[in-house]
Design a binder for this molecule. Structure first.
Ligand code: ZN
Ligand code: ZN
Length: 344
C-alpha cells in the first residue's frame, strides 16, 4: 500500500510503498477514504522534544470502509464505514479508568490514516450511522476534541463564552459550547475571513485582535466571558484568556502549545481564575458526536476547506506550516467512493 511516512524533522513526509496490513483476530482493515490533517500532526513533525518516531505514518482523523475482518470479530462486516478512537489504552491506568484513552502512556496510538489501508482494533472502532459519509466520519475526532474540552469547562446554561482563534479546534469548540448551553459565544481571531464559519457553527459574533479588544468582547457578549477557550496554541494566548475572563472565570487551554508559554500567576490569582488543559476524549464522546451529526442541525462538513490526494499530501502538509486559508484539509487516499446517495 502507499503511505506518507514521517522520516525526519524539517523534511517533508515521504511517499513509500509499505506491506499491506493484516488483521489480528480482534482487528479489521479499512480502506481509508478520508483522513484530516491535524495541527498535532504538524507540531509533532517539527522537531520538538515530543515528536513522532521515525517511520510513523501519521493521521488520526480517519474514516474508511472495512475491507478485511479478523477471525474473532463479530460486530463489524466488510463494507461498514467506520472511524475509531485513535488510542487503545492499556486498560489499567488512571487515564484508562477515566475513559480518556488518549492520555494512556502505556499503549501505542492507532494512527496511520495517511495511507491507503489501516489496521483498526475493534475495541475502539465506531461504526458510522447510515446518514454519515467518510468525510463526516473523519470529522468525528476533531469534534470529539471540542466536546471533551467543553465538557471539562463545566459550562453552565447561559454562560458567556469567548473563543480565541477560529481554526478547526475553535470551530468545533463553538459547536459544542452552543449545544451544551452557552449563552452568547464570540470568537476572536487575526482576520475576519473565518467569521462566517464562526456563525455557521453556532457563534454569535466575531472580534478581531486589537487595542480595543477587551471592550469589544464585553460589548459583543454583554459582559466579560465566564469561560475563555484558548484554541490558538501560540505563546501568550493563555495570558490573553486570563486578561479577558471575568473574576472567578475559567480559562480552558485547548491550543496544545508545544513551547513554553509565559503567564503572570499573580494576575490570574487576583481574578481567581481556574485554568485547565483538556486533551483527548472518550469512546462515549465519539459515539455522541456521531449521534449528534446523525441528528444534524448543522453540517460540520463546512469545516472542510480542501480535499487532497495522497500523492499531494507531502507538499500540502508543508504548506500548512505557515499562514494559510485552510480550516480542515482532508486527504482522500483512495478513490473517495462513498455509498450511493451520500454527498461528501
Ligand atoms: Zn486531531
Ligand atoms: Zn492505560
Amino acid at each position: 500500500m502507499k503511505a506518507a511516512v514521517y522520516r525526519e524533522a524539517g523534511k517533508p513526509l515521504v511517499l513509500e510503498n509499505l506491506p499491506d496490513p493484516e488483521p489480528g483476530p480482534d482487528e479489521v482493515i479499512i480502506k481509508v477514504h478520508r483522513c484530516g490533517i491535524c495541527g498535532t500532526d504538524l507540531h509533532m513533525t517539527e522537531g520538538h522534544a515530543w515528536q513522532f518516531s521515525t517511520g510513523t505514518v501519521p493521521g488520526h482523523e480517519y474514516a474508511g470502509e472495512v475491507v478485511e475482518v479478523g477471525s474473532s470479530v463479530t460486530g463489524l462486516r466488510k463494507g461498514d464505514l467506520i472511524t475509531a478512537l485513535p488510542s487503545t489504552g492499556c486498560g489499567h491506568c488512571e487515564a484508562c479508568y477515566s475513559g480518556n484513552l488518549a492520555l494512556c502512556h502505556n499503549a501505542p496510538g492507532v494512527m496511520g490514516g495517511y495511507a491507503e489501508l489501516m489496521r483498526i482494533p475493534v475495541s475502539v472502532a465506531v461504526r458510522l450511522p447510515g446518514t454519515l459519509s467518510a468525510a463526516d466520519g473523519a470529522l468525528i475526532e476533531p469534534l470529539a476534541v471540542g466536546l471533551y474540552g467543553v465538557r471539562v469547562s463545566q459550562i453552565q446554561p447561559g454562560d458567556r463564552v469567548l473563543v480565541l482563534g477560529a481554526g478547526s479546534v475553535a470551530l468545533c469548540t463553538i459547536y459544542w459550547a452552543k449545544r451544551l448551553g452557552a449563552g452568547r459565544i464570540v470568537a476572536m481571531s487575526r482576520s475576519a475571513r473565518r467569521g462566517a464559519g464562526v456563525l455557521d457553527m453556532g457563534g454569535d459574533g466575531f472580534v478581531q485582535y486589537g487595542e480595543n479588544e477587551i471592550g469589544e468582547v464585553v460589548e459583543a457578549l454583554g459582559g466579560q466571558p465566564d469561560i475563555v477557550f484558548e484554541c490558538v496554541g501560540n505563546p501568550g494566548f493563555i495570558m490573553k484568556g486570563i486578561e479577558h475572563v471575568r473574576p472567578l472565570g475559567r480559562v480552558i487551554s485547548m491550543g496544545f502549545c508545544t513551547s513554553p508559554d509565559p503567564l503572570v500567576p499573580a494576575l490570574a490569582g487576583f481574578k481567581g481564575v481556574s485554568l485547565q488543559f483538556p486533551v483527548g476524549y472518550s469512546l462515549k464522546d465519539f459515539h455522541h458526536v456521531a449521534d449528534v451529526m446523525d441528528a444534524g442541525h448543522v453540517d460540520p462538513k463546512i469545516l472542510i476547506s480542501s480535499v487532497v490526494a495522497l500523492d499531494d499530501l507531502p507538499a500540502v502538509f508543508e504548506g500548512l506550516r505557515g499562514p494559510n486559508n485552510e480550516t480542515k484539509v482532508q486527504v482522500a487516499p483512495g478513490p473517495a467512493s462513498t455509498p450511493a446517495g451520500k454527498s461528501v
